[in-house]
Design a protein. Structure first.
Length: 261
């Protein structure tokens, strides 16, 4: 059995970072080992601190966050109550696990400007450049370079984004899971808001997300470290989400798995 290399493509969930809108910024309350020792006394009446190893107990954390905090996998239910042109949308616990472990390909769009559309032509040209043909259930990862700004307010407006047609292009080829190293699979929200204000055209709002109404799919957002994979294809991706009852998303730790000779 050959050696495998594992590459983490996620970001950590951290407290107080301004890389989300204020209502979504995670809060973490850390309980250290000294505090844990005091908590353990409630579970074990009569316990004295000096009876614990070095007087220390457990450590744990209380976290306030959304299902879309950190690197996460969006279920079709996030986009709309129906998918596949009228069927009930899958919540995160209903997403088939076989969607979440497949061959993967990275499409590099770091040359595109912040807020720019990634079009069908862009996708076709990149596939031609890397000499790759998409097959059903491939996991397609979009690299924008936005992850370099994680931890800052700039992150919210960094990176190009997919549009409806380029998303449909992938879905019509049988792709079920995609991902991006930016805050959203769509272009950053401020760019969408600006275009809507200028044109009054509501079709620009969440156009790539809303493609899931026609063909159900999942996308990962807030990925990172795609450059570390060192190749465009020839690797497997595992991205199983946490199963949260009835939820629109689940946290995931996507891992690129490369077989090495």
């Amino acid at each position: 059995m050959g050696k495998k290399r594992f590459i983490d493509l996620s970001i950590s969930i951290e407290s107080g970072l301004p890389s989300d809108p204020p209502m979504m910024v995670p809060e973490i309350d850390y309980v250290d080992h000294t505090q844990g020792a005091e908590q353990m006394k409630d579970f074990f009446p009569g316990l004295k601190t000096d009876q614990l190893p070095r007087g220390l107990g457990w450590a744990l954390e209380f976290i306030k966050l959304t299902t879309h905090s950190g690197t996460h996998l969006d279920a079709p239910y996030h986009y709309h109550p129906t998918m596949d042109s009228g069927m009930p949308s899958m919540t995160i616990g209903e997403v088939p696990l076989e969607w979440c472990y497949n061959d993967a390909v990275i499409l590099d769009f770091r040359h595109k400007r912040d807020g720019e559309r990634i079009t069908v032509t862009d996708v076709e040209q990149e596939l031609q450049r890397i000499e790759y043909s998409i097959k059903p259930l491939d996991i397609v990862l979009v690299q924008t370079g936005a992850d370099q700004f994680w931890g800052t307010e700039e992150y919210l407006v960094k990176g190009a984004g997919m549009d409806r047609d380029s998303t449909m292009y992938l879905l019509e080829k049988g792709v079920k899971v995609v991902g991006i190293d930016a805050w959203s699979w769509d272009r950053p929200l401020p760019y969408l808001a600006k275009e809507f204000k200028e044109t009054g055209n509501a079709k620009v709002i969440w156009e790539a997300h809303f493609a899931g109404i026609e063909i159900g799919y999942c996308h990962m957002e807030k990925m990172a470290n795609l450059s570390a994979v060192g190749r465009s294809s020839g690797f497997t991706l595992a991205c199983f989400p946490v199963n949260i009852k009835g939820a629109s998303a689940g946290w995931t730790r996507p891992v690129a798995i490369i077989d090495e000779e």
